[in-house]
Design a protein around this ligand. Structure first.
Ligand SMILES: Nc1ncnc2c1ncn2[C@@H]1O[C@H](COP(=O)(O)OP(=O)(O)OP(=O)(O)O)[C@@H](O)[C@H]1O
Length: 218
């Protein structure tokens, strides 16, 4: 469902964040993207979620080439993805409930159906009793779980998480990784960028200065 063929990404200023990267990810896989700071992990996820386009090479998402798609078509592609960013990107002037409801509102889902789905998502991440809380009143781990609830509420086919356990202690980190595995077990394709794959179970794509050094196709 995701296919990179000799993908290079050069940002303005000439810096090459990815260099001729080739791999394929099938539906339902759990994949960890590892590598040092600046190795290109975030860039790779942004290309997968059609937030950035490749400079050269092709990125195919469900056989659609994101490099040649019209810009107007990209939001439709992005709907397949639940994104969890390094800095959560929560709205701090809205309650936990409203933060999770936002993607549904964009999709035109409101009222009781929205309430049901928001509570189901909060329940999955263990925050059902915090729906009225403002994000600032939540701990770092709870904010991260809130960001996960928001990413899953639209039932995306693919979950993309950029350093989801970056600032958390190891207990929280363990819980969050277990949560991702549980989504994967019900068929969601899960891609997680992390400095430290530790004892992660799943496939590894390792980047070193923009080049894929582990997980390279034979
Ligand atoms: N928008 C941008 N404009 C210019 N250069 C960028 C941009 N985004 C990333 N880069 C550069 O591209 C390289 C890869 O960055 P990227 O964020 O993909 O790495 P990373 O592996 O996710 O790093 P980290 O673990 O620190 O988040 C870095 O050298 C970075 O400075």
């Amino acid at each position: 469902m995701i296919k990179f063929d000799k993908v290079t990404k050069r940002y303005p200023g000439g810096h090459e964040a990815l260099r001729s990267v080739t791999f394929e990810i099938a539906k339902g896989e759990l994949v960890y993207i590892t590598g040092h700071s600046g190795a290109g992990k975030s860039t790779l996820l942004k290309l997968i979620a059609a937030i950035e386009r490749p400079t050269t090479g092709t990125v195919l998402l469900n056989n659609q080439n994101i490099g040649t798609l019209r810009r107007a078509a990209l939001p439709y592609i992005r709907r397949n993805f639940g994104m969890i960013f390094q800095d959560h990107k929560l709205l701090y002037d809205r309650s936990a409930f409203d933060n999770v409801a936002l993607p549904l509102a964009i999709d035109g889902v409101a009222g009781r159906e929205a309430g049901k789905r928001v509570r189901a998502a909060l329940d999955k991440v263990g925050l059902l009793n915090r729906e009225k809380a403002m994000p600032i009143a939540l701990s770092g781990g709870e904010q991260q779980r809130l960001a996960i609830a928001r990413a899953i509420v639209s039932r995306p086919a693919v979950l993309v998480a950029d350093e989801p356990t970056g600032n958390l202690d190891s207990n929280y980190a363990h819980d969050i990784m277990a949560l991702f595995r549980s989504f994967n077990e019900v068929g969601v394709t899960v891609l997680v960028a992390t400095h430290d794959a530790g004892n992660a179970e799943g496939r590894l794509l390792h980047l070193d200065h923009g080049a894929l050094t582990e997980g390279v196709p034979a």
